[in-house]
Design a protein around this ligand. Sequence first.
Ligand code: MIG
Length: 692
Amino acid sequence: MIRRYDFGTPIETGAVVSAPQPQAEPLPYFTLSRSDAALSFSLPLSPDEFIFGLGESVRGVNKRGYRYRSFNADESTHSEDRASLYASHNLLIFFGGTRLLGVFFDDPGAVTFDLGYTRADEAVITSENGDLRVYLIEEDSLKAIVHAFRQLIGPSYIPPKWAFGYIQSRWGYKCEAEIRDVVRGHRERHIPLDGVCMDIDYMDAFKDFTVSAERFPDLPALCEDMRGEHIRLIPIIDAGVKQEDGYDVCDEGLEKGYFCTKEDGSPFIGAVWPGRSFFPDFLREDVRAWFGAQYARLTDAGIEGFWNDMNEPALFYTPEGLEAAIAEAESMRGRNAGLDDFFHLRSVFSHIAGNPADYRSFYQQAPDGLRVRHDRVHNLYGAMMTRAAGEGMQAHEPDRRHLFFSRSSYIGAHRYGGVWQGDNKSWWSHLLLNLKMMPSLNMCGFLYTGADLGGFGCNTTEDLLLRWLQLGVFTPLMRNHAALNTRDQEIYRFGMQEDMKRVLSVRYALLPYLYSEFMKCALTDECMFRPLAFDYPQDNTACRTEDQMMLGSECMIAPVYEQNARGRHVYLPEAMLMIRLRSAEDYDLIPMDRGHHFIDLALGEFPLFVRRGCFIPFARSAEWVEAVDGTNLTLLGWLSGDAAYALYDDDGISTQVSLEAGLTPIRVRVADGQAAASGEGLTLYADKLVLD
Ligand code: MIG
């Protein structure tokens, strides 16, 4: 059951698709308090209560014990102390205390979540706007709460099937020749690959929807050659539009008044990669339609996917902010500056980027037509950019799916695109963070997601990349991406490339299962990645386990995330079959009992656990998605009797998807120590099933 409570004058966010009527009675469970405009909701916590949710954020899957703040930020240090990342996903689920309760705070402004931080026995959620909608979700299980929430917010975005292939990316690929080299580097060595991202350097002077004539003289021809190699190019689009006379996007945006404005009505200017830039007012439907239509310039050249960046929006500086800092410095000239002056000066300059004052200095148009100061609706900016892109493509090519993933998001954007987890670092702790964010993002509707494999900032090490690929094999978005001036990170740069290649072979062999599970979750509003608590709520050890995740209905994963480890501890909440994988052809099948285990895993090995009584389909590997034969499948599992799996598949590109039409039941009958498998139109091998 979902109940809605309105406070003040809520701003329409587009997060939900079917709002129940607001309740007249006061909000139960929470104690309310006001201080100026801000409205706080507090709730006592019992000692062992869990709090799940908050989508993209640092720390654990259980968010209890820290203070988080929804205020989207271009934050490249995802350390434990960061309260905000790029997204705001204001869902909390209280579990294991006196109540089982989901709460969604639908508020596009700053919201603070003090979850047992100030006081260990209390959660206090504070809306700075004080104008918001609160949805209470009460069901009898964690799964049911998330399912009800997902029905409230509408269906998750569905990417094309090729987007489940391995994608190589790097900030610094400058020209066509370099892209061709990267593709050759993979194809020559038979390292699987389906896409290459084009970062900001493909553009002419970082102008959105332009292509550098010098470095990419013939994009349509390049796209066509790449298609011949079964590769898609995926260009980046930034939020800021370069201020430049004669640049048509800028000229048209100015002429039609499409950009965010300052208090005096003149267009707001902030500096990002193109230098001084304007920011489209994505809250406006007409602006979204206009911006979204621009993507067609690239799809008409043969592009089928995009990533949207810098859409918090990131601001390096505003002319006013920079001027004020310089004035401050000048006022100190000639003074015999002491330590305090020095620290003050340093802090003035280090706070120019992403300055809260800048977010208060411009205005947008809310859906009700009223002018609203940006900071009150800040967390919608990236979401509405993704919506512009998604709706633009729906209008332009309604029958085809396109790949979209965005850096910034708000709940609601999950209907239009996926997200990547932003500028992580080549740290082992960020491999674990990648894993922990997966289920939280899934709860909030973001199913197509993954992190920069190998790490974005800092120099990776080959063992880190190898172990990270062993996690990336399971994440829908599987992209290796690295920052400018970091060590080369393509697989073929490393001595361990054969091991890495073997890991990738598993991705393609698992594709029928991963795609099937993804699509079933997208079409039925379920989570593909789940904390163990969702499946084993009565098992306290399982509930407190955060470095293993349930994957789809049949599996559990437990990646190695420590350097020099040659194995790890795994807790099995029930008997499972461990598939110790080295490659798609080379693996061990080991039945294991419920309980604690230490599992040996050499550098090139990683485990996948299949619940006893279940099986998964495993294909022959391939070097690109379209080459995977999803009809020729080996079944892997541990059975003592009959079992079944519903395999979903489709053409991978059409927007007309139907669960019923896509499902093929696979049945295994076990009799006299023999297994026989059947499934219409499928060639199935039952010889790898472990029977007892
Ligand atoms: O300020 O386009 O998160 O993936 O490579 C950095 C350059 C801008 C941030 C993105 C990252 C991308 C980078 N961008």
